[in-house]
Design a protein around this ligand. Structure first.
Ligand code: PLP
Length: 387
């Protein structure tokens, strides 16, 4: 067998191997508190589950259009209008099997040897993995810890060259919880005027999870760049639907046909009953989302307060998502060493910062998608270990 060089360059999400080790320890009878996983610990709201079941009973068993059923794409357009204040044509929307495939497609469209793609480091590991697969050069851009892991427009603009084809942005960010400040987003959009050939992939999968009165800054809302933004969002985090595999993207006119062809070449369409569940999610009551976000906000206060009280650890206030990303360099360990110690001896599962990029060895990621009691117990265990 002689696989391609490209496939050998494909990376992975090391979160899955940490999860596997945590499961192994649990199977041996160890009590592990899981603050590693990036998915809400809430069930999908009942009305959404019922809509999925009803769709199956109503006979929605076949293929749908590759872009997704029209009522769902119309509901997505209405939601984008309501939350982002911008009109998008349902013809430019693709319902996707989760958020991930949009990054896969966008990077496939722009990555080839000789091009450059800018991506957030630390960031979701699939950006870097896919860029490497295509043979494009991956250009990392770092947030500022002193700005609560916000990005500065100047830092991003300084990385753009005539070879840049795609700029990947992710706010609120995984793993830092950092959000893009409006003033920096304005400055970035202004700076991008000088670079009309740069397309923006804006991963806004945590757009509903914002705290402390922060408002979501969406790059598709800027008329100056709207025709070159690929918007990624979905149901996984907002509606606690990670296993349903439901996401969507909005594509510029010039790219929609390519994206649809990629869908036809890969998955044909998204599971029909899941699309009806997604329709109910967008058009039904939103109180379950509000309650979940309020619970995350309370946990955020608990975990950030307790992390900052630990010796050698400092944690900026995360503005969004459900992650805390403390700097642990004061413990004298790097992130991987501390993460192993916490898992193997402390019974607390986290992820090392290095799972999210080359520049994050001094950090570990905590997901606070777990109960307040478990978070408090985990912090007590860490305190015992560190002192
Ligand atoms: N984008 C970011 C920043 C994420 O953190 C995740 C999941 O953790 C995704 C996209 C993928 O979401 P999905 O599970 O819908 O594919």
């Amino acid at each position: 067998m002689i696989p391609t060089d490209a496939i050998a360059r494909l990376g992975t999400e090391s979160a899955f191997s940490v999860l596997a080790r945590a499961a192994e320890l649990q199977a041996q009878g160890r009590d592990i508190i899981n603050l590693g996983i990036g998915q809400p610990d809430f069930p999908t709201p009942d009305n959404i589950v019922e809509a999925g079941i009803k769709a199956l009973r109503d006979g929605h068993h076949g293929y749908t259009p590759a872009k997704g059923i029209l009522p769902l794409r119309e509901a997505v357009a209405a939601d984008i209008h309501a939350r982002r204040g911008v009109d998008v044509n349902p013809d430019n929307i693709l319902i996707m099997p989760g958020g991930k495939p949009t990054m896969f497609f966008a990077i496939m469209v722009f990555g080839q040897p000789g091009t450059e793609i800018i991506y957030p480091d630390p960031g979701f590991p699939i950006y870097r993995s896919m860029i490497a697969y295509t043979g494009a050069t991956a250009i990392p851009v770092q947030p500022r810890e002193e700005d609560g892991f916000g990005y500065r427009a100047a830092d991003i603009l300084a990385k753009i060259t005539p070879k840049t084809r795609l700029l990947v942005l992710n706010s609120p960010n995984n793993p830092t919880g950092g959000v893009f400040a409006k003033a920096e987003a304005d400055a970035l959009v202004k700076g991008l005027e000088a670079w009309p050939d740069v397309t923006i992939l804006s991963d806004e999968i945590y757009s509903r999870m914002l705290y402390g009165g922060r408002e979501h800054v969406s790059f598709i809302s800027y008329p100056e760049i709207k025709d070159r933004v690929i918007l990624l969002d979905g149901w996984s985090k907002t509606y606690a639907m990670t296993g349903w595999r439901m996401g969507y993207s909005v594509w510029p006119d010039a790219l929609t046909d390519y994206a649809e062809r990629l869908a036809i070449n890969s998955h044909s369409c998204v599971n029909a009953s899941a699309q009806y569940a997604g329709l109910e999610a967008l058009s039904g009551p939103q109180d379950a989302v509000d309650a979940m976000v309020a619970a995350f906000d309370r946990r955020r206060a608990v975990i950030v307060g307790m992390l900052n009280a630990l010796p050698g650890i400092s944690c900026p206030d995360p503005g969004g998502a459900f992650y805390a990303f403390p700097n642990i360099s004061g413990t004298g360990m790097d992130g991987r060493t501390l993460q192993r110690l916490l898992l193997e001896e402390g019974g607390v599962s986290t992820l090392p910062g290095s799972s999210f990029g080359d520049d994050a060895e001094d950090y570990i990621r905590f997901s606070y998608a777990n109960s307040e009691d478990n978070i408090r117990e985990a912090m007590a265990r860490i305190e015992r270990l560190l002192s």
